[in-house]
Design a protein around this ligand. Structure first.
Ligand code: CP
Length: 294
């Protein structure tokens, strides 16, 4: 029984194993597991929640969903006590999305007799999204060695960047970022990025693949950008920039149309967005199997 809270805990061997199993599941291979999985979602989600639920069903696992306002967390119960409740009821795993950063977490994982799977903890980590993006780029480009990947937009609040960048670097990709300086984290050097671009056009010329991120308006308690319109003009994927892209682009979703990306480009030839969503099912099956198999 294992937990997955952060990609920082994963070895290259772990990641290769998960990607290999996800690819096999995508090719139609199936396996059967037994047990109950709780889906504890305290923040909104469409694709992560529904793909975890489908992944459980494909693996023969029963699912039970608890949402924010309907949980006893809304009455003041702690996250730890909520997890202890799932443990006492015999759950094998809890997949959680929470509006707070879960760090440090060793005490929590060590004290529970169940697997914890992070489906997004505030701005910290979204490990399955990082694995999805790794698999999607691997499928598109064959090898990640030397691949130039640019993240654009709200890097400051992005758990997708904090999960994806270390995984891509683990496999030899070069990672750069671009966005308003107000949305670039002060500790960006921790991620050993190749470049911090102020101009998205220069970044696009550098990159083989670009990951546009969502402007996370719900996490912004001050005005990080002058206006959504000026943000789109300076950093968004416009039709002119689309022509400039030599490779592909991704977005973890949900997309702010006409802020992150011109809506007419979402499902265009250079877009890998639908492939990212499709791969979500198989990565989540592989992660659940990795966590629950003895
Ligand atoms: N990418 C992602 O986490 O999407 P949802 O918020 O819809 O789950």
């Amino acid at each position: 029984m294992k937990s997955l809270i952060s990609v920082r805990e994963l070895s290259r061997e772990d990641v290769e194993g998960i990607i290999e199993r996800a690819s096999r599941f995508k090719g139609g291979e199936r396996t059967s597991l037994k047990g109950n999985v709780a889906l504890l979602f305290l923040e909104p989600s469409t694709r992560t929640r529904i793909s975890f639920e489908r992944a459980c069903r494909e693996l023969g696992l029963d699912t039970y969903t608890v949402l924010g306002e309907s949980s006893s967390l809304s009455k003041g119960e702690s996250f730890t006590d909520t997890l202890k409740t799932f443990e006492a009821l015999g759950f094998g795993a809890v997949v959680f999305r929470v509006p707070f950063v879960l760090f440090p977490y060793d005490n929590l994982t060590d004290s529970l007799n169940l697997s914890l799977v992070n489906a997004g903890d505030s701005t910290h980590q979204h490990p399955t999204q990082g694995l999805i993006d790794l698999l999607t780029l691997k499928e598109a480009f064959g090898s990640l060695e030397g691949l130039k990947v640019l993240y654009v937009g709200d890097i400051l609040h992005s758990r997708v960047f904090r999960s994806g960048a270390p995984l891509l670097k683990m496999f030899g990709a070069e990672v750069s970022v671009c966005g308003p300086r107000t949305l670039i984290p002060r500790d960006i050097n921790v991620f050993e990025v190749a470049e911090v671009f102020d101009s998205v056009d220069e970044g696009i010329d550098w990159a083989d693949a670009v990951v546009w991120l969502r402007l996370q308006k719900e996490r912004q308690r001050q005005n990080f950008v002058p206006s959504e319109r000026s943000y789109f003009e300076q950093f968004g994927l416009t039709r002119e920039r689309y022509k400039r892209l030599r490779g592909t682009f991704m977005h973890p979703g949900p997309v702010n149309r006409e802020i992150d990306i011109d809506g007419s480009l979402l499902y265009s030839d250079k877009s890998l967005i639908q492939e990212q969503v499709r791969n979500g099912l198989f990565i989540r099956m592989a992660v659940l199997e990795w966590c629950l198999k003895e």
